[in-house]
Design a protein around this ligand. Sequence first.
Ligand code: ATP
Ligand code: MG
Length: 456
Amino acid sequence: MVAADLLRARAVYMLGWVFIFSQLINIAFMRYAYGEWTLDHWIAVGAISVIFTATHILRYSKAFMGFAAFYSLLMLVGILATSLPDQTGIHSAMLPLLVAGAVINGFISDWRLVMVYGFSSLAIVWYLYAMTLGWPVPAGIDPATYQTRAFMRAVQTTIAFSMVSAGLAVFSVSMHHMFNLLEENIRLAQQADSAKTNFLANMSHELRTPLNGVIGMARLLKRTEMTPTQEKYVDIIDGCSTGLVTIINDVLDLSKLDAGKAEFHFASFDLKAMLGSLVALNRPAAIDKGLLLELHWPDDMPERIISDESRLRQIANNLIGNAVKFTADGRIDVMLQSRPIKSHDGMFEICLFVRDTGVGIPEEDVSRVFNRFEQVDNRLSSTTSGTGLGLAITQNLVEKLGGRVHVQSQLNEGTIFTVQMPVREDRGAPAPEQLNEKEIPTRNAAADLSELKAAS
Ligand code: ATP
Ligand code: MG
């Protein structure tokens, strides 16, 4: 449903329920005041049933104009029906309802119905005034004053009501115009955004193919007889093009995530082994810088879980890679925690902490680190490579998996990145060596995602 219709529908439901609620209060008070069940009670019950039915028909038909016309008619008839038998002239208790009719028309219908309703109401006001001329003046009231007062009531109601209707008609036009404009702009923006995403995805895909050729050739060239200078040049070609492929892969990843085309494959895997191998992979870089890199695995942690292994690896690798990159001395600890999610049997929330004793992030920059292409100015930034996409991808992946990531940091002291994510524990899984491809319980990714999101 478009936003404008949603607003109209909400206005209708809200008014419907306000009406029903107020009539229930009215029934209770009438019962208390009159001491018995009267015809007025039945009228209120009838009105509640009519409004309830009409509101629910509108839910399916979405005929807002029709509903507004019906509601207006009901109100005008109601005002006449309560004013005439009591000979009250312009029934002042009903005036708020008269104004409410104009408001409803302005919101859920359009200016034309506001005007039709406005003129009909004024006709009723003057008709009621005309009727008062023929009614006997109540005892004890000066007939001249009574008539003048009745006339002035009609004039004042006309002035007030004309102003309200005209104002609401103008407001209705501009409100609905704004909504249409907004919807159109959102549609255009989405179109432009998806065109950009597609362009990025296509470009990065196209760039990757020739670059892989460059890398392949550079590696073949390395195997040939070369002078030391030539070897140095080829190493530079290899290093640069490998770096470029990483950047292109990141851009491709992000544009796929944006376009909702990223695929998630849920299967059973050994989280401990995965993190162990990741730590081992990053350890040489850490040792090169004189850093200690350790995985701390708690005993109560389920080892086999069902989630997307390659995405979790990507997430953890980005965080560990950053920790190594932005730490000059000290240590990096990869820690885990888990707790069962009570309402979902077999579901766990895992917490992955990557803590370093590195340069830290200045307080004012902490909120920016997950932005795309955002790199914080620190004393290592001039010496480290990167494009500032790693954490944007990490956050996007974590959220797609139903989790959240946040960071705490102290400048020159260190940083902790925390990923919290719901996963399913794989209980009756066979030992890894007994697993063959077919037995891996691959689950429906979409169903798993919605279940994970519901659990988080
Ligand atoms: P890329 O990951 O694309 O190669 P990058 O590592 O610079 O480049 P992100 O991983 O997105 O980009 O990180 C963004 C910025 O956040 C980094 O440039 C760095 O300034 C800051 N940052 C990230 N992790 C840490 C950390 N562990 N300690 C200090 N600063 C960090
Ligand atoms: Mg990074």
